[in-house]
Design a protein around this ligand. Sequence first.
Ligand code: FE2
Length: 388
Amino acid sequence: MKPNMSLDELLEAVERNAALPDELAEATPPQVYTSREFLELELDEIFNHEWFCVGREDEFANPGDYRTTTIGRDPVIVLRDRDGVLRAMSNICRHRMATLLEGSGNLKGRISCPYHAWTYNLDGQLIGAAHMRDNFDKKEVCLPQFQVEVWQGWVYVSLDPHASPLAARLQVLSDRIANYRLPEYKTLFRAEEIWDTNWKILAQNFTEGYHLFVAHAKTIEPAMPTKLANALYGGDAFSLYEQGRVPGQSYERSSEMTVDNPLLTEDERNKAVLFGIFPSHVVSITAERTFWLSLQPYGTDKVKVFWGADVFPGSVPEEAEARSAYVAELKAGFDRINDEDKPIIGSIAQNAKALAAQPGRLSPKERTIWNFQQYLARQLCRKRPREG
Ligand SMILES: [Fe+2]
């Protein structure tokens, strides 16, 4: 690849890469991971418009429950208001643009800016502003509101008021995973981290089973071997792969779990279903648990990773001590997997800058990557008016 290619040349390379047939598919052109201009285009064309996972609905069970997050360049508050409405709104004060809230928890009172105490109701309406003139009408000031949608128990937010509903795009996937009864899964734990890689490298890594027999040889492979990884084709809105399990084996827990879900077939019990909700929610589900990551870029070679696991009701001990021991074991299991991936996908982000970096042919077990590359090309290449 030419170093210093222009954005237009890079987009042409992205289009050529996406146009390759399945049997000739190749890995992503390296500048897609390293170009600052490409990242700005992604923020404009993808992150300002698409749906992003901000947690599960049961994390916002009570009025006042909130979490702050960032979508693209925008700080966002997600909360349940006093009337029970699940909302997403800007986390930027309408006065001097300071950040209003940090972290997550339960809001007992209003939202009050830490700078000059402009104060908002949980629906975003300004209700307090000290030392202002009589000509200032608080009623005219409200925090910008964003779209919220719940799919399979996950809460998604889009900054774009015209974003088309997510559920309709994911109908094929919803039908396929219906028996797992995902809306009933309950939150087990959440974590937030920054990893040293490009967001797309991590999204691609999570949704391919080709590397299990090498990078996770002693952890995932004995329970979910690469030879049982079946990469399918999701289409426009998601990537999909089904991962066979070895009965009785698990990489994340030592105890046997019983799942009382009569809808599940034997085949469904004996596999994990992995999918990437484009662009950046990557998920692994089994009969007993989820394991998922929601990604936001943080520069070209860092990514914000909001991740966690949820469990099918009744499959985890109710008693507090046994439950927390289970949570600790499961999280440690996933941490181990993440720690196996981090140095490898970190090296890709660095090597993508190298003169000799060149993408190679993909395995059929990486069909999900080909699928993702087509999504990127659709989002970034069509909309951009070309010079000349
Ligand atoms: Fe991995």
